[in-house]
Design a protein. Structure first.
Ligand SMILES: Cc1cc2nc3c(=O)[nH]c(=O)nc-3n(C[C@H](O)[C@H](O)[C@H](O)COP(=O)(O)OP(=O)(O)OC[C@H]3O[C@@H](n4cnc5c(N)ncnc54)[C@H](O)[C@@H]3O)c2cc1C
Length: 509
């Protein structure tokens, strides 16, 4: 009997399990199929966890738009949206108006925030290919390489248009311009977590309009994001998924009936006809730089160039448990506005890594667990710090923001008024985990959307090669318009499964 084609999928995240699910359910047992996963769990950057009996997400959190989202479709099909057994990170507190507080304890009212939030929204809408406004088109005309420069030019144009604004009163030493700039920076910081670009000056301007969102609400999954992963894996026979099998080297283009040899960290290997590589862009970047590299022979330069050019940043989530002697409703959802890092007016005890974090919100209405998102250098620093250091810094920051307005530079001893304290933390560590080396991809200045298409090209490129489709690539960083998301990873898994199904004349959908 002829041997079955053997397909090995590297990585049991969304892309890998989607590909495995599709190949298994569409091929009528045509293939010998394995999913080899370097970690001890499935899900990859989807990882539902628990913190003080609340269900929280360490990685993927939102279904970004429900209309047309395959993730939403699965969540609905398996009844995972509502979550019944325990409270979860549904973020319904976000529906209430957050308090926006500027350093020094100055609560900002709508008339202060609204013009800047509208400006920021208009600028981002324009960059994303939506509606234009006068500031956008003016700042566009100035020519832009990055989202960072586009946004800052937009702010300058806005200021030029309102030069005769009256002076600001009632906000201590904040001038109008400083405060507006700091509010603008708060929105920029949120954008850093959306995109994972640590610095918006490294986020490509042109590519932003290629990114696609699904219409409709953005929601979280009551039973946890991992329920989607468990569903995808549930159809596979027991021995298909192998955990704790970290791949050290992929030898390809060998003169053998199975041309790919996959070496594991423990010295064992498996031969395959096809391998679908779904590891993160961070792991690929390290894999082409390290010696010995992940691929032997090394990947062709058109591939390594795209891998090097594309951006891949770090975003981390920090969950904090409020001390029991504070009622959760006493601590509102916060938007935090800080002085620039070079300002004399800074509170000396608020560390640099807190100053680019925009929000602190309860994970649901009146929850005792609060959440902040960190990006870039700050996210990496968070991974390094001890729980005690984090608790101390966040406590100081929040207590200072919520105390009576004050002009003097504060130290520990003169934080007047509201004392809040946290007792425990849970944080993600995507940057330092060798199986991820970051959080998600973005189009860096110097790269472009076409680099995602290059990422997705299978090897060898010679279509008449007697062993075609040896290495296929899936994963969020191979999808040109839905990169950085779970549904992008899902689509990429379907794409590569279909490539193989079509190759073997099974009908892919
Ligand atoms: C903090 C955070 C928040 C996010 N929020 C959202 C969100 O709200 N909505 C959204 O849509 N997306 C979000 N994302 C992005 C989303 O999680 C990812 O785009 C998606 O899960 C990526 O899936 P993937 O299969 O491409 O990669 P991965 O999930 O990274 O899967 C790759 C797998 O390969 C394994 N692996 C790596 N190296 C090896 C090796 N050498 N050998 C064997 N196995 C290996 C890894 O362990 C991993 O399991 C978020 C991500 C993070 C980190």
């Amino acid at each position: 009997m002829a041997k079955k084609p053997r397909i090995v999928i590297i990585g049991a995240g969304m892309a890998g399990l989607t590909a495995a699910n599709k190949l298994y359910t569409s091929s009528n047992d045509l293939f010998e199929l394995f999913v080899v996963e370097g970690g001890t769990r499935i899900g990859g950057r989807i990882n539902t966890s628990e913190f003080y009996s609340d269900r929280v997400e360490m990685g993927a959190t939102w279904i970004h738009g429900i209309k047309g989202s395959p993730v939403h479709q699965i969540a609905q099909q398996i009844n995972a949206l509502q979550g019944s057994d325990k409270p979860w990170e549904c973020m319904d507190g976000l529906l209430d108006e957050p308090k926006t507080i500027a350093e020094g304890g100055f609560e900002l009212n709508g008339s202060m925030i609204e013009p800047i939030s509208t400006l920021f929204k208009n600028l981002m809408d324009f960059a994303q290919g939506n509606e234009a406004s006068k500031w956008c088109s003016m700042s566009r005309r100035l020519g832009n390489k990055s989202i960072g420069s586009f946004l800052r030019k937009g702010l300058d144009v806005f200021w030029d248009s309102c030069k005769d604004h009256e002076e600001l009163k009632g906000y201590g030493k904040w001038s109008r311009e400083l405060l507006e700039e700091a509010i603008f920076a708060m929105y920029e910081n949120t954008q850093r977590t959306y995109t994972s670009a640590g610095d918006l000056f490294s986020l490509d301007y042109e590519a932003e309009s290629e990114y696609r969102m699904f219409p409709g609400e953005e929601i979280t999954i009551g039973n946890g994001y991992s329920s989607i992963i468990e569903y995808l894996a549930s159809v596979l026979p027991r021995d298909v998924i192998q955990l704790d099998r970290k791949v050290a080297k992929i030898e390809w283009d060998r003169c053998d009936s199975r041309p790919v040899k996959i070496h594991f960290l423990d010295g064992s290997f498996v031969l395959a006809d096809h391998v679908i590589v779904t590891v993160s862009l961070g792991v690929l970047k390290a894999g082409i730089c390290n010696d010995p590299g992940l691929f032997s022979p090394p990947l062709p330069s058109f591939k390594t160039d795209a891998i090097s050019r594309l951006g891949y940043g770090v975003v981390n989530k920090l969950f904090l448990r409020l001390n029991g002697n504070r009622k959760p409703e006493e601590l509102p959802s916060l938007q935090m506005v800080f002085h620039r890092s070079d300002s004399e007016l800074r509170h000396k005890k608020i560390p640099w890594w807190m100053r680019r974090t925009a929000t602190l919100s309860p994970i649901y209405n009146n929850a005792s667990v609060f959440l902040s998102w960190f990006a870039g250098k700050e996210a990496l620093e968070l991974e390094r710090l001890s729980n005690e250091e984090i608790i101390k810094a966040v406590t100081t920051t929040v207590s200072s923001l919520l105390s009576e307005p004050h002009n003097e530079i504060m130290s520990d001893s003169n934080s007047n008024g509201f004392e809040v304290s946290f007792v425990d933390v849970l944080k993600s560590k995507w940057g330092s985990d060798p199986l991820f080396l970051g959080s998600y991809s973005y189009v860096a200045v110097g790269s472009c959307g076409a680099d995602f298409d290059t990422m997705a090209e299978p090897l060898p490129t010679d279509v008449y090669h007697h062993h075609p489709l040896q290495i296929l690539f899936a994963g969020e960083a191979t999808h040109r318009t839905h990169y950085s998301t779970t549904h992008g990873a899902y689509f990429s898994g379907i794409r590569e499964a279909n490539r193989l199904l079509q190759h073997y004349h099974c009908v892919g959908v």
